[in-house]
Design a protein around this ligand. Structure first.
Ligand code: PLP
Ligand code: ZN
Length: 412
């Protein structure tokens, strides 16, 4: 079982007891005062070694249990989350000038997105804390993931999604039995409403950033990536960014591995944002090493999952990526749609727009002559079937014919 030592505020760095606070630092407030779990790394160094891991037959994110803030294994769900495959794409990688291109497909998780890594933990935390109702606002994936993992328990789920949430994600919510509110407005307003409702009705809130369990789940993708590659880390890892929680988790995972002596360095973690939804990238470019500027604005992109104008984990994302030696890259919607097509046609991995955005970022840097002879990994964070409409807009129409061979021949 994991046994976190403390919760620390990412801004003022005050340490609180691991159960002292539910959400954020009271001094720094919800945006700046997100919390991170700390562990007794010295003790873990002897308990959780590479050799121990190699001998562990568990093929899920629970192989990293001592490094996760879970006390009661009874609540671990049967739904199999994590240990998603990594594929090599040698021909495509060579065309881009990379030494290697690796694709980790997290669309293979139970509800088909990376968010399952976080939801599974939060659902356990809710049960450990004796909660009855879990809630969140989400662009769609965090919500469908929460609804899916809660469905396997006695927890009830109340969800807030923006009007632009794709059909498939809303269908998932309803099928899993969540109470669903489609909020007239953006994700950013849905987020505030969910927080108010959680407060008013005593629900446990899984919305991005404010709940410290989330980043813990999200770090497991990095742990797996390293272990699956035999601890031979790539040079760069691309992750798409909306609120900034996934990338924060990935950075924390790489840092903790180095602290535990599993690896001796960290790869550069590169965040990818959409052109018209890039507040984290903007803030990163202006970061003075002390205060993260929060410059919210309207957001718009075909990649609904990263359509975020008021990113809630911006402070963590900017400080972690700076410390990691990584950076941000911004891509257009056309590049994202092109990336869905190329990735599917060259690797067989069908990604939703935000999942393909990671590849679009790598392709953008390759075209600029960067990352030559580097080993590059991309995290595909969501399955393409999550947003079929976006995928259809990236391709032509099929040919409709009468059931006659001659028609096929004519059309060919
Ligand atoms: C498929 C997918 N990719 C990337 C992200 C970005 O994660 P974050 O909002 O934590 O930056 C999300 C978040 O919803 C997502 O669903
Ligand atoms: Zn603080």
């Amino acid at each position: 079982m994991g046994d976190p030592r403390a919760l620390r505020c990412v801004s003022c760095r005050t340490e609180y007891g691991p159960d002292e606070l539910e959400y954020t630092c009271p001094t720094c407030g919800p945006r700046r005062g997100t919390l991170e779990f700390l562990y007794d790394y010295d003790a873990l160094r002897s308990e959780l070694t590479r050799e121990r891991l190699a001998a562990d037959g568990e093929r899920s994110m629970w192989r990293y249990l001592p490094l996760l803030p879970i006390r009661d294994a009874r609540f671990i769900q049967q739904l199999l989350v994590g240990w998603t495959p990594i594929y090599r794409a040698p021909a495509l990688g060579r065309e881009l000038g990379f030494a290697e291109l690796l694709v980790k497909d997290d669309g293979r998780n139970p509800t088909a997105s990376y968010k399952d890594r976080a939801s599974s933990l939060v659902v356990i935390a809710a049960q450990e804390k004796g909660k009855e109702v879990v809630t969140c606002a989400s662009t769609g994936n965090a919500a469908s993931s929460l609804a899916g993992f809660a469905a396997a328990t006695d927890l009830e789920t109340v969800i807030f999604v923006p009007e632009r949430a794709p059909e498939a994600k809303v269908a998932q919510l309803l099928i899993y039995g969540a109470r669903v509110f489609v909020v007239r407005g953006s994700y950013d307003v849905a987020y505030d409403l969910a927080a108010e409702a959680a407060d008013a009705f005593g629900w446990y809130n899984r919305s991005a950033a404010m709940n410290p369990y989330l980043v813990e789940g999200k770090k497991t993708g990095a742990l797996e990536l390293a272990e699956q590659l035999g601890w031979d880390l790539p040079d760069a890892v691309f992750v798409s960014v909306g609120d900034g929680s996934v990338i924060s988790g990935v950075c924390k995972g790489f840092e903790e591995m180095r602290t535990l002596g599993w690896t001796d360095r960290v790869p550069a973690v590169i965040g990818v944002q959409a052109e018209r939804s890039a507040p984290v990238a903007r803030s990163f470019d202006r970061f003075d090493g002390v205060t993260v500027e929060i410059d919210d604005g309207p957001a718009d992109t075909v990649a609904d999952s990263i359509c975020v104008g008021a990113p809630r984990d911006i402070v963590k994302a900017v400080t972690y990526v700076t410390r990691n030696g990584g950076r941000f890259v911004v891509v257009s919607d056309e590049e994202i749609l092109d990336a869905i097509r190329v990735l599917a046609r060259r690797t067989g991995v069908f990604a939703e727009p935000a999942g393909a955005a990671a590849f679009a970022g790598a392709a953008r840097l390759a075209r600029a002559g960067e990352l030559k002879e580097k080993r590059v990994a991309i995290l595909v964070t969501g399955n393409g079937l999550k947003d079929v409409r976006a995928a259809r807009s990236a391709v032509g129409e099929p040919t409709v014919i009468d059931p006659v061979l001659a028609r096929v021949e004519e059309a060919l």
